[in-house]
Write a protein of this length. Sequence first.
Length: 173
Amino acid sequence: MKPLPIGGWAWRGPLGVDLLVPRDAMEQVVAELRGAGVPAVGLWAYEAIRVAARLPRVGVDTDHRTIPAEVDLVGPAVHLEKGCYRGQETVARVHNMGRPPRRLVLLHLDGVTTDLLPAAGTPVTLDGRAVGFVGTAVLHHELGQIALAVLKRNTPDDARLLIGDSAAAIDPS
């Protein structure tokens, strides 16, 4: 993390450089960035890129039972050797055993049954039984309708999943 001369911070994240600037400096920062040729994008575009990169947003792509290992947050968000904290035993056990009970996946949605994206929390089913839930669902400029979902680990990559009446397929890459 690097302090900015106008106040605030800049840091390199997995999707580029994130800026945190004081509200009264925002117009100046935006003008400087646009003058340097940095394109402006909206939140929908950012969310589509985030979902395609399989980066979860806590509180949307997680639920009250989610542990960091299920959504690949152990490295960036958990210090395994820090003192006591709530859930430490569970996090340590999963880290040492290596297999969390659920996993974060990218789903391709059929987009034929309906053009409406599923809401966060919508159940994902396999053979009539819930195997997980949808987090963020977006319309990506190249991939079409995609979503992040947390599914039971034993859900096969080639499973015929449903979200409501719409088909969904796990992206195995």
